[in-house]
Design a binder for this molecule. Structure first.
Ligand SMILES: Nc1ncnc2c1ncn2[C@@H]1O[C@H](COP(=O)(O)OP(=O)(O)O)[C@@H](O)[C@H]1O
Ligand SMILES: [Mg+2]
Length: 103
């Protein structure tokens, strides 16, 4: 992992445990679907009423055609199915949590 950028002082209202769960899920996926020893970049972008968190890895990536589908319940992208095990629930749960935070 590498550090970059200035620290910011943003406060958001939300369910602390659930938002933590979202971040853990996204960063775990980044680690799971990329080779050991490669960088995972986490960036935040803050506007007046919104904060975006971006997690970028250097792994197999996600095909454009899969982008909308991966948030579906039990959905797993075709490339990863055979190689890496999982239930396909993590991103579904993330999307539900974020929706309930009006994101
Ligand atoms: N960082 C990533 N790189 C590549 N593919 C990813 C990444 N994160 C998620 N995916 C794809 O999205 C699918 C859904 O992710 P998720 O709901 O967390 O399920 P799981 O990790 O249990 O398979 C994964 O099966 C994988 O195909
Ligand atoms: Mg996962």
């Amino acid at each position: 992992m590498s550090g970059k950028g200035e620290p910011s002082n943003t406060t958001i209202r939300g369910d602390r445990d659930r938002l933590e769960q979202v971040l853990i899920n996204l960063i775990s996926n980044a680690a799971k679907y990329s080779p050991g020893g490669t960088n995972i970049l986490v960036e935040t972008l803050t506007t007046d009423d919104e904060i975006s968190v971006m997690v970028k890895d250097n792994g197999i990536g996600i095909a454009d055609s899969e982008h909308k589908k991966i948030f579906g319940r039990f959905y797993r992208a075709k490339d990863s199915n055979s190689v890496i095990s999982g239930f396909g629930l993590g991103l579904y749960i993330c999307s539900q949590i974020i929706k309930r935070h009006k994101g």
